[in-house]
Design a protein around this ligand. Structure first.
Ligand code: CMC
Length: 392
């Protein structure tokens, strides 16, 4: 018994208070610690935004240098973790590897699992941000059967990641600064998004006092689904299936058909009902990257541009306030950079790690913190007597 507010999907329930990220879905506004996302994506860079999310203020030059130094010197994985990677089936999805490897970090880094010790919390935070690109790149290398590439600490965060993904033995890999900047922008635009499904999962896991690596592994698992972070992979796969621009009307008709479960992936958002401010920046970045790589004639990208045009002109989408979201354009950029679709969601996971960690730290410091324990509306049988098996 008891009277509960019934809110499946949490469309109107605030589960915490927070000072990290503000979203106004009607205005298409996204602020981190008060700073608009377009300013951060345009003028700042990922590690500076990480500092802002974690500590609440933009760093001074000395603070930034110290933070970057700390992150850079934690990029290596314990060598024994190589064996852990090798335990996966050779063609495992990189997200499956990431859920496992990040969960296993609690067994490799015992000195950063005591959540009551502020120093240990700090070390765990830095380790996660630093090691995530190495984990994602190694998951990729393992998935495609190439040798692991070790991090290089003289490179910036995004360039180091690109090199660990695309460098092959006996060949010099030069990171193109335009691609490195575009990569950094993808990281920045995904850094945090208040109480989305994966962040809420991290908070719920952490509310029981679980260790940080286990909590982040739970977040990665939740992010994987196609309605959340998995949408970038699903979107590119949809574009491949559509194939050529002449097939678009057929797919738009399917998306509008109530009896067809098909949705246009990369369209729509629970909170943004006007536009997704991240998508605006991502679209510009997509244009820059496509121009640089000279892939304007790629049929998938041509299909994407035409789909965007036709859907935006269709009253079904405007009436329901369905616009391309961040995943629509990020997939296009990553495709042009040469990432297979299976890497799209791991890249989202590595970018969002700082958001998960910042929210985790905030929650642990909250004196009102309680274990998360939703209730339910029970619709099952009322009390009845047990029937012996021979009488059923
Ligand atoms: N294509 C066609 N119709 C759609 C779509 C779509 N992509 N999205 C929503 N609708 C329709 C839906 O059928 C419903 O119609 P009706 O009111 O007639 O029943 C209406 O729009 C509202 O949809 P909803 O499912 O009630 O809205 P929601 O807030 O629960 O879902 C969403 C939001 C993002 C899960 C959904 O729009 C969707 O499935 N989009 C495609 C997947 C996607 O791109 N996800 C990425 C989200 S952004 C980044 C992230 O979170 O990772």
């Amino acid at each position: 018994a008891g009277v509960f507010t019934y809110d499946p999907g949490f469309t109107s329930t605030a589960a915490c208070d927070s000072t990290i990220t503000f979203i106004d879905g009607n205005k298409g506004e996204l602020l981190h610690r008060g700073y608009p996302i377009d300013q951060l994506a345009g003028k700042s860079h990922y590690l500076e935004v990480c500092y802002l999310l974690l500590y609440g203020e933009l760093p001074t030059a000395a603070q930034l240098e110290d933070f970057e130094h700390r992150v850079t010197h934690h990029t290596m994985l314990h060598e024994q973790m190589v064996n852990f990677f090798r335990g996966f089936r050779r063609d495992a999805h990189p997200m499956a590897i990431m859920v496992g490897v990040v969960g296993a970090m609690s067994a490799f880094y015992h000195d950063s699992t005591d959540i009551n010790d502020p120093w240990q919390r700090e070390v765990a935070s830095i380790r996660l941000i630093a090691k995530m690109p190495t984990i994602a790149a190694w998951a990729f290398k393992y998935h495609i059967g190439q040798p692991f590439v070790y991090p290089r600490n003289d490179l910036d965060y995004a360039s180091n990641f690109l090199r660990m993904c695309f460098s092959v033995p006996a060949e010099e890999y030069e990171v193109n600064p335009v691609l490195s900047r575009a990569m950094d922008r993808i990281f920045t635009l995904h850094a945090d998004h208040e109480q989305n499904a994966s962040t809420s999962t991290v908070r719920l896991a952490s509310s029981s006092g679980a260790n940080p690596f286990a909590c982040i592994a739970a977040g990665i698992a939740c992010l994987w689904g196609p309605a959340h972070g998995g949408a970038n992979q699903a979107c590119l796969e949809m574009l491949r299936e559509i194939g050529t621009p002449d097939k678009i009307p057929e797919y738009i008709a399917r998306a509008k058909d109530k009896n067809d479960p098909f949705r246009l992936m990369g369209f729509g958002h629970r909170v943004y009902k006007n536009f997704d401010p991240r998508a605006t920046v991502m679209k510009q970045s997509a244009d820059e990257v496509l121009e640089l790589l000279g892939v304007e004639n790629n049929p998938i990208l041509a299909t994407a541009k035409e789909l965007e045009k036709q859907a935006l002109a269709d009253p079904y989408f405007s009436e329901k306030k369905l616009f391309p979201n961040v995943d629509f354009y990020s997939g296009i950029i990553l495709e042009a950079m040469g990432f297979p679709t299976s890497m799209f969601t791991p890249i989202f996971a590595l970018s969002r790690t700082v958001g998960w960690i910042s929210q985790w730290k905030e929650q642990l410091g909250d004196p009102q913190m309680k274990i998360g324990r939703p209730r339910q509306l029970y619709l099952g049988e009322t009390e009845r007597d047990y029937t012996d098996i021979e009488d059923r």
